[in-house]
Each structure stands twice: as C-alpha cells, then as structure tokens.
Design a binder for this molecule. Structure first.
Ligand SMILES: NC(=O)c1ccc[n+]([C@@H]2O[C@H](COP(=O)([O-])OP(=O)(O)OC[C@H]3O[C@@H](n4cnc5c(N)ncnc54)[C@H](O)[C@@H]3O)[C@@H](O)[C@H]2O)c1
Length: 375
C-alpha cells in the first residue's frame, strides 16, 4: 500500500467549496494536510470541512510547508503564475486551475518553471474526465462520424454573483478566458487536431466581454463555431458533424453520447432505440447527482493527478495544453479587437515544440493519437 499524497489547497472560494474540498476529502489516495484562504469566513468554513488540515491565511505560507508534496491552485487567475512557479521551485507538484495564467508571457514562465522542475504539472481542464466527453472522443476516433465537417459548441451560464476578478479581463475575467478556455481544450481533445486560425468577436453587457463568439479553423480544415456567455442561459453543449453522422453531447442533460444519422429515414424507430440505449447512461447520471458540484470530472481529474504524483507518471492535460488554450484565447482577443482572422502558426508551433520536447523527456504529451490512453 502506498502512502496518500500530502496535498495543500490554495484558495477556498466558490469552486473549491463546490468541487475540490469534497473531492479531496473523499479520495483515499489524498491527505488534505493544509489549506490557505484569505477570506476569514471562507477559511473557517473550509476548516470545518477539513478539520485535520492546517489552516492559513495566505497561500505563500502554505508553500513554505516542507511536508506538502503537491498543491491544488484554486486562486484567482492573477495569482496562478506566481503560485505555480513558487510551488514548482519548492519541489511541489502542481494541479493548476484554468486558465493557466492571465496572458501568454506569464504562461510561458509557468511552462519554463515546470520543464525545469521535472515535477507533475496538470491543468484543470477537468471536463476531459467527464464520461460523456471520453465516450465522444472514442467514437470520433473510431471513425463513427466519417470525415469530419464542422463542430459547434455552446458554453453559457445564467446570471450569477461573480467575484470581482471575474468581471474584468485584466484580472482574469471575460467569457473567453472563463468558459472558452475549456471548450478550446475540448476541441483539441475530442477531435485530436490542432487549431490553426482564429476569429472572434465579443460583447460587453453586465461585465467586461461577458459574451463572445469564436470561430476556429483546424489543421485539416475542419471549422468550429463556439458561443460563450456569462450572462445567458445555462448550457454546455457540443455538436460535431461528420459525413456519416452527427454527435451531440449536452454535459448537463445527456445520459449518453448521441449519434444521429445523416438522414431522417426511420427517424422514430431510431429515436426509440436511442432512448433505450440512453438507459445505459443511468449510472453516469447517478454519479453526477452524487458528485460534489454535480460534476464527476473534478474528482476524476484530481484522482488522476494524485496517481501521477504517487507513481511518478505523466499527467494530462498538462501545462502545454494549458499554454495552447491560452494561445487561442490570446489570438481570439486580438481578433475581437482588430476584427480580422489571426493565424496561430507561431505560438502554436512554439507550443507544439515544447509538447514534443516534454514528451521526449517523458513529461507531457497533449497530442496523443486517437486510441492512445493517458499513462
Ligand atoms: N475547472 C473549472 O471548471 C473551474 C470552475 C470555476 C473556477 N475555476 C477556476 O478556479 C479559480 C478560482 O475560481 P473561483 O470561482 O473559486 O474564485 P473565487 O474568487 O470564489 O475563489 C478564489 C479564492 O482565493 C482566495 N484568495 C485570494 N488571494 C489569496 C491569497 N493570497 N491566499 C489565499 N487565498 C487567496 C479568495 O479569497 C477566494 O476565496 C479560478 O482560476 C477559476 O478560473 C475553474
């Protein structure tokens, strides 16, 4: 039997309360030994939920603790780069919530610190661990949709109270960074292709750039159109059209991945068969209802991180994936400002060279071919 990984949690705000605290306390391979939270009320609440953990007011104090092996960074994005780099320099493995950093310059510094350290660096693109997206990727890789044509996605939330940082881009807010970064990663994960060209526009209503439309051209020409909003209706949906069918995943509502044929022939019979097949998704639905934050992928992503730390394995998605998502957000922001398409050739090639170098060193590999499972 191996000893549990001694973990520190940096930031006990909304997502830590909804997802990380519950998931970490349930994982048998993890021992939550310390937590840091600046807000006294949140700190007291987190301490009640993890009474054995040392409770601190500032994340830097936690990074001074020699017996913390690994940290989960759930701080506002403006602190991600400093927290991750300091943790790596002190020999601690890092699970870093998305977005990796506020901008590409900070992202590159995190990437460099990670590569120097040889430690596990995982980015919080937890939706890769959602059963529905895993199943969707398998089906796409197996060629169930035939040659791909276009993909369409929506990630939108209803109006909810937002922390100050999420209301301005300079502090890490806006729909592209908050929501878009997840779907940009999912496009790479689901379709096993890289993003080449980007076009975007945005709108400010309640908070800065709270709605955005993004268009991507992938390296083989597949087109992707995405809509992100922090001021809309709750929806997280991906539709992928191929010459042999259409795949749909609604992360909140689907019980199973749905593949529709290209024609409406025998539509009713197919609908009935689909309903019966969907019953197989009930275990997923129960898992979802029982999960902290109603999203099982947080727990699965943290379990993957803990296993990578304990057994010295690679964790994916890694900081190269975080950097590539940030490069697309950066290009989208340039487009939204100038109104023209931006080619990602330079940052993408630089990012992919880093991916290749870290794969060769046994560290990261985001561009796995279909069918190659994570270590
Ligand atoms: N993976 C996902 O799906 C997902 C979902 C939501 C949020 N996030 C990310 O998680 C991070 C946190 O988001 P949130 O919604 O919980 O924000 P939040 O503002 O609710 O939480 C951040 C917490 O950090 C604390 N903090 C600030 N400075 C600190 C310091 N010096 N030391 C200790 N604590 C400090 C704040 O008091 C706050 O409680 C963000 O980067 C966000 O993008 C990821």
């Amino acid at each position: 039997m191996t000893a549990p990984v001694r973990v520190g949690l940096l930031g006990c705000g909304r997502i830590a309360r909804l997802a990380h605290l519950g998931a970490l306390s349930r994982l048998r391979d993890v021992n939550l030994v310390a937590l840091a939270e600046a807000d006294p009320r949140r700190r007291a609440e987190a301490s009640r939920r993890a009474p054995a953990a040392t409770t601190l007011a500032d994340y830097r104090e936690l990074l001074d603790m020699p017996d913390v092996e690994a940290v989960i960074v759930a701080l506002p994005p403006s602190l991600h780069a400093d927290a991750a780099i300091t943790a790596l320099e002190r020999g601690k493995h890092v699970y870093l919530e998305k977005p990796m950093a506020l901008n590409l310059a900070e992202g590159a510094r995190v990437l460099a610190a990670w590569r120097r350290s040889g430690l596990v660096g995982m980015i919080g693109f937890n939706y890769r661990f959602n059963h529905l997206y895993e199943a969707a990727r398998e089906r796409i890789c197996a060629g169930r949709l035939g040659e791909l044509v276009i993909a369409r996605s929506v990630f939108s939330t209803s109006i909810r109270p937002m922390p100050d940082w999420e209301q301005t881009r300079a502090r890490g807010g806006g729909a592209l960074l908050s929501l878009g970064s997840h779907h940009i990663d999912l496009v790479r994960f689901l379709l096993s292709r890289e993003i080449r060209d980007v076009s975007a526009s945005w709108r400010t209503q309640r908070t800065e750039h709270d709605t955005a439309v993004l268009q991507l051209r992938l390296d083989d020409g597949v087109l992707v159109q995405s809509f992100f909003s922090l001021s809309g209706v709750e929806e997280d949906r991906v539709e992928i059209y191929g010459q042999a069918g259409k795949l749909t995943v609604d992360r909140s509502l689907s019980l199973a991945v749905e593949i529709s044929p290209t024609t409406q022939r025998y539509a009713r019979a197919r609908q009935l068969a689909r309903t019966l097949r969907a019953a197989r998704g009930i275990p997923h639905a129960i898992d979802k209802i029982m999960s902290p934050g109603r999203e099982p992928s947080y727990r699965a992503a943290l379990a993957h991180f803990a296993a990578a730390v304990r057994f010295g394995r690679r964790a994916t998605p890694d900081f190269c994936d975080g950097y590539l998502s940030l490069a697309v957000v950066d290009a989208a922001e340039q487009c939204a400002t100038t109104g023209s398409w931006v080619s990602l050739a330079d940052p993408l090639d630089a990012g992919l060279e880093m991916v290749a170098a870290s794969s060769a060193a046994g560290q990261g590999a985001s561009r796995r071919p279909c069918g190659v499972a994570d270590a």
